[in-house]
Design a protein around this ligand. Structure first.
Ligand code: PGA
Length: 258
């Protein structure tokens, strides 16, 4: 376990779960969180438990905020978008001050689905990153290449360009980056652990920082979490599909327990 950087295991619920479904998820998920096995950890291990994050749709934020207050300290609320203005005529968007009302600690920015379907660009991503940091919310910046870009040998170049264009003026002390190859998202086709590690090493080289937590995302599941987390550059994961199922997500967040 790497103790120098924060480990983060984040679930991205995307546009899934009604209120009733979120409640039944928590009823099954919360009792599995750490459980009695935490008792076997030493002091240092407990202090470095990973941050567990649920990035929920906006309509679940209030309910989850109220519920998570009573949950273990390392379970946090995340959002899936943030606008750069505090308020204004921006139909369908949400602001940092609104997210602050629910004690949202993390926000996903620049997810490939936002870039693809909702026209997020490196420029808007940069503005969202800045807004998150100015509201003391840690952005999880997603970067990643398409299958075609990978096959054309452009994967590293794409990451370098996404990072340099969106990180200008951004404080790397309050930032998490998720490498999410687009061809691995929702496809079951996970990037091999060593290759994910190699790409994260590339990201770290571009950042020139040893302190930013780097995540891998794309078809993470209970079956591959252990292998992914043994890689030296992988500080955590961003989980889509498998975070919707309480048993799967519990197995993923408990990867570090004996
Ligand atoms: P997946 O999604 O785990 O279902 O591949 C990951 C993501 O979109 O963040």
């Amino acid at each position: 376990m790497n103790y120098t950087r924060k480990q983060v295991i984040a679930g991205n619920w995307k546009m899934y779960k009604t209120q009733a479904e979120a409640k039944s998820f928590l009823l099954k998920f919360l009792p599995q969180l750490h459980g009695d096995r935490v008792l076997w950890l030493d002091e240092q291990q407990r202090a470095h438990l990973p941050d567990i994050v649920i990035c929920a749709p906006f309509t679940k934020l209030q309910f989850l905020a109220e519920t998570l207050v009573l949950s273990p300290q390392n379970l946090h609320l995340g959002a899936q978008n943030i606008h750069w203005a505090d308020e204004g005529p921006f139909t369908g968007e949400i602001s940092g001050q609104m997210l602050n009302e629910y004690n949202v600690r993390y926000v996903i920015v620049g997810h490939s689905e936002r870039r693809h379907y909702f026209c997020d660009t490196d420029e808007t991503v940069r503005k969202r990153l800045r807004a998150a940091q100015s509201h003391n919310i840690t952005p999880i910046l997603c970067v990643g290449e398409t299958k075609l870009q990978r096959e054309s040998g452009l994967a590293e170049e794409v990451l370098t360009s996404q990072l340099t264009n969106s990180l200008e003026g951004i404080d790397t002390d309050n930032l998490v980056i998720a490498y999410e190859p687009i061809w691995a998202i929702g496809t079951g086709d996970t990037c091999a652990a060593e290759e994910a590690n190699r790409m994260l090493k590339h990201i770290r080289g571009v950042l020139k920082s040893d302190r930013v937590s780097l995540l891998y995302g794309g078809s993470v599941k209970p079956e591959n979490i252990d292998e992914l987390m043994t890689q030296p550059e992988i500080d955590g994961v961003l989980v889509g599909g498998a975070s919707l199922d309480p048993d799967s997500f519990a197995k993923i967040v408990n990867f570090h327990l004996p």
